[in-house]
Design a protein around this ligand. Structure first.
Ligand SMILES: *Cc1c(COP(=O)(O)O)cnc(C)c1O
Length: 472
């Protein structure tokens, strides 16, 4: 029995630090200037001006000494590289798929898949499409349909698996579709756009069986498969004694293929793959791959990248790592709740989402409350977060703002990059911001683009324009 590390109250980072990357300290006054120059858009702030970067968990993991060592073995042969075979063996062992196609990141796998199976008139169901997945489905001309269970859309609804597919609605959709109209069904584990919420094994099994009954291939969007596997171990009866690796293998065995961004649970900074069982689809995918990514034994990656992914996929299933990982996010959420922050509950695997519209109820939705909270977290403590709300999903029609359903601020935790004291600092800053919440100001748009405006949007404080007008 291996019990010790489970019985202590303090869960330590299950690693020590060999290489460090200094953080440049800044003052609040400096950050006020930086914010103004960035037009209050977090994407415009330089990384060197950030203390704690919680913008994303994608490609921001710290690699292990074993990964760096593996990279030195990287074989960059154009065809038949040794690194490819090591990568392929590791991914096949994990997923069980017959064919593994390396890509430079997740969306490249999506692009290849949907350029083959998508097209006008086709319908692709998913629990919730991630934005690049939806974009690739729609770019092909197909329709992307989200069918998460109703609890998955209610921020405060307590459910252990809020990422689950609504199987009843999926059954209806498959029953009403014409033969061949649904080229495949996807399930995103964990459900990123739904708050990083997990999907149960029971739901994976049911979705898989339903797809089989209708002759529709079943695919996983597997970016956070390891975090999902550990949620199953913690929350689903019958899985308590299984290892995360066993659970992950079972998840993959229910599916016919997957798209994967290794920038998440691959524990690397770049990479991905497409996993397939179908022979004919694989041939077609390799043809597109050669056009857009590279030869099938490197697919847009250097040999060293393939080595790092192979090693990362093994490390990410380590139980001590996953326990620390999910606990770090939960710890941050617990403290934010204690302070008074309204969150999406329970927290997901990779991020905490604050309901900024509820928190800053003195600001109307068209004044970007989530952007206001992002700005405050940066000004008070140099913490970068991301708005998932009005700037991202709101629309303008006839010059009028149509607010998004929710205004959330996401605090995504990079893998193995920050320690508990960093998280404690985030909590301290969040407490200061909370105390001043009624003084936070709203924003108005100065400049924006018609699509994906959140990346480049420029904002100003609602008051500042009034002040400017008075001075005119
Ligand atoms: C990140 C992500 C993708 C896209 O992967 P990239 O590597 O960023 O291209 C697709 N689906 C989900 C669920 C993701 O989180």
């Amino acid at each position: 029995m291996r019990t010790p590390s489970w019985n202590y109250r303090t869960i330590i980072e299950p690693f020590k630090i060999k290489v460090v990357e200094p953080i440049r300290m800044t003052t609040r006054e400096e950050r006020q200037v930086i914010l103004r120059q960035a037009h209050y858009n977090m994407f415009n702030i330089k990384a060197n001006d950030i203390l704690i970067d919680l913008l994303t968990d994608s490609g921001t993991a710290a690699m292990s000494s074993e990964q760096w060592a593996a990279m030195m073995r990287g074989d960059n042969a154009y065809a038949g590289s040794k690194s490819f075979y090591r990568f392929e063996e590791e991914v096949k062992g994990l997923t069980g798929y017959a064919h593994i196609i390396p890509t430079h990141q997740g969306r490249a796998a999506e692009k290849i898949l949907f350029s083959i199976v998508g097209g006008k008139g086709k319908v692709v169901p998913n629990n919730t499409h991630f934005d690049t997945t939806r974009a690739n489905v729609e770019f092909s001309g197909a329709e992307a349909v989200d069918l998460v269970i109703p609890e998955g859309k209610q921020p405060q609804a307590k459910h252990p698996f809020k990422g689950n597919m609504d199987v009843k609605r999926l059954e209806r959709l498959l029953g009403e579709s014409k033969p061949g109209q649904v080229p495949l069904c996807m399930l995103t584990v964990t459900n990123n756009s739904g708050g990083g919420q997990p999907v149960s094994m029971e739901n994976i099994r049911e979705t898989s069986a339903l797809c089989r009954r209708f002759g529709v291939p079943f695919f996983l969007d597997a970016c956070r498969f390891a975090e999902n596997a550990y949620f199953i171990k913690l929350r689903e009866p019958g899985y308590e004694e299984k290892t995360p690796a066993e659970i992950a293998r079972e998840m993959f065995r229910h599916s016919d293929g997957c798209t994967m961004s290794a920038k998440k649970d691959g524990l690397v900074n770049m990479g991905g793959f497409l996993g397939l069982n179908d022979e004919q689809l694989t041939q077609q995918a390799r043809n597109v791959l050669i056009l857009t990514e590279g030869f099938p034994t490197y697919g847009g990656l250097a040999g060293r990248d393939l080595e790092a992914i192979a090693q990362g996929l093994r490390e990410v299933l380590d139980e001590d790592y996953l326990k620390y990982r999910l606990r770090s996010v939960e710890y941050l959420a617990e403290h934010l709740i204690r302070i008074g922050y309204p969150l999406i509950e329970p927290p997901g695997g990779h991020a905490v989402y604050i309901d900024a519209r509820t928190l800053l109820s003195h600001l109307p939705a068209n004044q970007f409350p989530a952007q206001s909270l992002c700005s405050a977290l940066y000004e008070y403590g140099g913490i970068r977060t991301v708005e998932v709300g009005n700037a991202m999903f709101g629309r303008t029609e006839n010059g009028e703002e149509i607010p998004a359903d929710m205004d959330l601020v996401r605090l995504a935790v990079p893998r193995r990059a920050y320690t508990q004291s960093h998280i404690d600092y985030v909590i301290e800053v969040a407490e200061m911001v909370y105390q001043d919440r009624q003084t936070l100001k709203g924003f108005r748009v100065v400049k924006q683009t018609p699509i994906l405006r959140h990346f480049t949007i420029e904002l100003e404080h609602v008051e500042s324009r009034l002040a400017g007008k008075k001075g005119d």
